[in-house]
Design a protein around this ligand. Sequence first.
Ligand code: MLT
Length: 246
Amino acid sequence: MEIRVNLELKAETAPRAVRRGDVIVAIDVLRCSSTIITALTNGAKAVIPVETVREAEKMREINPEYLLAGERRGLKPRGFDMGNSPLEFTREKVEGREIVLTTTSGTKALRRSEGARWVLVGAFLNARSAARKALQLAVKEDLDITLLTAGKRGRFSLEDFICAGAIAEELKAAGETTLSDGATAANLAYQTAKEDLLGTLRRGEHAQYLVKIGLEEDVEFCSQLNRYEAAPIYRDGAVRLWNRQL
Ligand code: MLT
């Protein structure tokens, strides 16, 4: 049984992957996926993605114990506890907490993936773990895989594409997969970029914007490959670590 690895390039096309019935790996390197992975690794109980600031505020009205986090134009919305910098999500701040997160494109990619049987969160930080879990689920349930790059406001995102290529590299190595042309292109880009991931990321428009607003450290942090062994799963409205799902 060969598993096909598809590629979708923006949050808005997630429903195509849902219709195919694929295992989805949602990728937003800068910074939504990296933040979710870091928060959960540091002990957050769950991250609840929502699309709008208002939705997040309403959730806190009902659940005053929730932390509110996210960004608009890269910055923390007024009244929120935290922005969208993975470095803010320390164990001291997030352990045992449920976090409502709203970001420009990353949380949209997750919400638009609703209806898929399995949705994983992927970034450079957990590329290997995300690939392994996606493959395990695809093999077990005879499904294909979609690497879904969130993009930025409906546009192509360099860092997400290269990260899709890093995950495709792991899937290819497992030997039971056929890469689509899109996934192959991402993988070729990753092979060129991998010797200097940070340098490549810095060439992207969003990384340059983050540097401009003083968030260079985030770009550095998010460019680390396989820092964490974590496979967060989005299910029933929240992202949790795999072992806390079951
Ligand atoms: C997004 O979802 O668009 C991002 O995570 C933006 C950011 O915080 O850099």
